[in-house]
Design a protein around this ligand. Structure first.
Ligand code: DGL
Length: 282
């Protein structure tokens, strides 16, 4: 009789974004892998990423990952930010840590659901400019057309806690008018901040009588991580159903961030929170 030997790895999974956006991904990961320990880094001092150049974003991403590896001893990193995920192929990391970005899983989810093969992308300027989504979609099916629209006003709205109401509707209408919905059946929310206003987006879709699937990367990314556990690319924390821990790290003032986080995830009230200065850390 052969005994299957399983290795467990209690180290946390690092997740980062410029601000609250990545919490939409983290929430999905905690739901899928409640036994895992997570460290969330919100780079609030340097937010927004989506209006920065690729070189600046590369610098931030490298610094964030190096910090999480050296100072938080993570076993894998989830780049819960589309703007940051677009530069992953352009950076060199010191470690061979498994890195999960949100672009490929988001593109895959959109590809799987779209019938018309005309897919919309709402994202930050940086993500649209890098063309990572159109490329990822074309890799899956060369006949796909991707209609990309930069929506720079949505991140400040979400960070401000304005997730519904007249101002949000006015801004959304502006972006709906800039998007060619003719024959388009799927819209990728290509910024992890946008799921916070998903119900407002759905309301406008309903009002305009459109038939559009809304996709964000979080669920598909959780599937990627699940696959990585199965393939032993990342080892699970344990087989026991013990709840893992969550630490929140921010690079700037925390009260507003925590207010927004607790508005959506009240159960995080007792999570450990720490302010860090990435410039002081080597
Ligand atoms: N949440 C990030 C994204 O998915 C970026 C927001 C920003 O900092 O501009 O692109």
């Amino acid at each position: 009789m052969s005994l299957e030997i399983k290795n467990f790895d209690p180290r946390p999974i690092g997740v980062f974004d410029s601000g609250v956006g990545g919490l939409s991904v983290l929430n999905q990961l905690i739901n899928h892998f409640p036994e895992e320990n997570f460290v969330y880094l919100g780079d609030t001092a340097r937010l927004p990423y989506g209006s920065k150049s690729p070189l600046t974003i590369q610098k931030y991403v490298t610094q964030n990952i190096n910090y999480l590896v050296r100072h938080q001893q993570i076993k894998a990193v989830v780049v819960a930010c589309n703007s940051a995920s677009t530069v992953l192929s352009q950076i060199q990391l010191a470690s061979d840590l498994p890195v999960f970005g949100v672009i490929k899983p988001g593109a895959r989810a959109a590809f799987q659901i779209s019938k018309t093969k005309k897919i919309g992308l709402w994202a930050t300027r940086a993500t649209v400019k890098q063309e990572s989504y159109p490329k990822a979609l074309k890799d899956l099916d060369s006949t796909i057309t991707c209609i990309s629209v930069p929506c720079p006003l949505l991140v400040p709205l979400v960070e401000e806690g304005l997730w519904q109401g007249d101002i949000v509707d006015a801004v959304l209408n502006h972006y709906f008018n800039q998007t060619d919905f003719n024959n388009l059946d799927t819209l990728i929310l290509g910024c992890t901040h946008y799921p916070f206003i998903k119900s407002s987006i759905e309301k406008v879709i309903h009002k305009k009588n459109l038939k559009v699937n809304i996709i964000d990367s979080a669920l598909a990314l959780a599937e990627d991580l699940s696959q990585a556990f199965k393939n032993n690319l990342v080892q699970k924390n344990s087989s026991a159903l013990k709840k893992g821990s969550l630490s929140l790290l921010l690079t700037d003032e925390a009260s507003h961030f925590m207010e927004l986080a607790l508005k959506t995830f009240p159960s995080w009230e007792n999570s450990k929170f720490q302010l860090i200065d990435l410039n002081q850390i080597v």
